[in-house]
Design a protein. Sequence first.
Length: 614
Amino acid sequence: MRDNKPFLIILVFLCTLFGNAQQDSITVLDEVILTDVRLLHFSNGKVDVLKDSLVDRNGSSLTDLLQFNSNIYLKENGLGMISSPSFRGTNASQTAVIWNGININSQLTGQVDFNTIVPRNYGSISVRSGGGSVQFGSGAIGGSVHLNDLFRFDKHSEHELLFSYGSFDTKNFNYRTSIGSKKTTVGLGINYLESENDYKYLGTDQRNENGAFNNVNINANIGHEINDSQLLKFYHNTFIGDRDFSGTITAPSNSNYRDYNSRNLLEWSHFNEKRIHRVKLGYLYEKYKYYDNKEREDFSFGNTNTFLINYDYKINFKDIVLNGIADYSYIEAKGTSLENGTRKTLATTLLFKHNLSEKVTYGANLRKEFINDYKSPFVYSLNARYSFNSHHTIYLNASKNYRVPTFNEVYWILGGGSGGNPDIRPESSLQAEIGQTFKKEKYTFQWAAFYINSEDLIQWRPNDMGIWTPININNASNYGLEVSLELAEKWGNRHLTWKNSYALTKAVDSETNKSLMYVPEHKVTSILTYAYSNWRLFYQLFVNSSVFITSDNSESLSGYAVSNLGLSRSFKIKEKMNIETSLQINNLFNKNYQNVAFRPMPNRNVQLKLKFKI
């Protein structure tokens, strides 16, 4: 740690310097209730909050939600199978998923399977574009997805029950409730999903014969106001999945995958009008079993235990927000082909924001980690925002970001020899972004241009003895343009909205000048909604251009456009119960498409929903 003394000295100096500044009285209770407060104060770039209506239409999986409502490219090994993102041309392990303020990317693979996340039971879902490693840690290179539970400290009792049935014998049950008073609030969400998933492979006489799955997802939270200056919160999430892994067009499968994830977070906050102290204690557990032949008892496995403690101190001044954070985590992992490994990480973070005037805001953020099994880079970010008026804003961001090697990349064992690489270096990137927003009553227009230069990308390659091992080899350049336009018009009880986005993305291997695999150059999304009285009609569309599926760009998958059409009606019974019925046709034009080579996605299918809300 001797080489990092300058960073620690700067951290202590800044905290001392601003600790004596003049303070203004502000209301902090709402901020204390929101655990992921770094997203609120220190993400001075492009953040899209997905509205409840969008989540309601595509709430069965995070894959489905983001496919139609973001610029992220989702790769699924068949419907309901493992799903991974490509955000601004980066790979799956370079997208961070943040659950109530903590990074939940797998310690084994470095990524999150987006088909294990049920967005319907979260209070808020946001997509943050661009590098965020200073605020959110490893993997936040392309961007981050934020899942937050929200608390209501008032007297209320709300219940929602959803039944859904669709093609391929797909059944979905969801119940969520929130009950509270001025002092205590409790939230619960339970989701069960199962499907035979035996859809036809269009253009062939085959079916998805080994694709059945079922899973249970439970969200629970409780908050208690100890007194006027202390708040205690607890969050929990459990996912239990059992999936037969689909084969490909050319190779059938008889495999099965069972995974279990448990996340627990306890948070205590002490606050007044100027300062907030937070202490978080977390425990995360992940486990999987893979059966190459589900008719046999033989399986491979892996699991990790993560223990973490976090101290967060934020102070507000007249025009300045200063946040110091200290994290410590202890992780242990073991598995069939994994040498038992442990990782101890201490991270120190300083976040600074200054409202220079009503029009100008800027910030600077620093982070340094100390890890027992390798050296982690010092990372930072700078940002500025200028508001010409209440309708027109421009912003600039620049940052250095990183991804920590996973346990598989460090400790994996293959064929009696070590396949992992204890000398592997973290991936790192330098990024820059500029964006602009125009917002008025009936329209919102945004654009953002970005550039990412990545170094030490990790690839698995065979060594001289033929053993596959990860090495730092590739550098890459990612650049592009993102544009969105949302229009809204209202005539009496008629309401029309049209939300559109377009992303141009180029991702190039700097050594070969070839495009990276599975990065569409163009992606378009469009959602048109017409509401009349209690009726609602919507049309969804996403378009992906072709992607290369080999590193030498010799083979590619064709582009495609997929549409959904839905109609719903809501009505009340005795002014206490709201009932909504809906019919949704997915893949309306029966498009034959793949987003992973040789793994067809479903043909046209139908979904019926019945929702009760009290």
